[in-house]
Design a binder for this molecule. Sequence first.
Ligand code: SF4
Length: 144
Amino acid sequence: MTTTSDKSMVQTSTYLCIGCPLGCRLEVDEDVGTHTLVEVRGFSCKRGKEYAAQEHVAPQRTVTTTVAIAGAAWVRLPVKSSKPIAKSRVQEVCRALRAVHVCAPIHLGDVIVVDVMSTGADIVATCDMPVLGSTGGDAKCNAS
Ligand code: SF4
């Protein structure tokens, strides 16, 4: 039970759950004195409750971007992180991926970068990228 004086120590933050298209509006109460979560409201499932607490304490994001590829029909290969990483490190990881160049063929799920920037997440290909003009065989590549 929360008293009136205790209530003045509680700060409410709101988040939009991205767990599904329902988009529940989540509220997180934090005791500003002890920095502990008091209550999470607005969720329609357990996933939303967990998301709200995670988003409030240590937000994470899955990185989705592209890296340069040579020898394929396209010049950029779509990639993503194998798991969410700290939101605060997303830009740093994206900057590092600008220097990555790979060669066709690449297959869906291929690991492009292991443990990117020591985040614990790998960067993996999200589609097949065969050699230009072939059905997926190896070819010479000058990417560095
Ligand atoms: S709380 Fe559950 S039902 Fe609501 S948006 Fe999140 S995942 Fe969907």
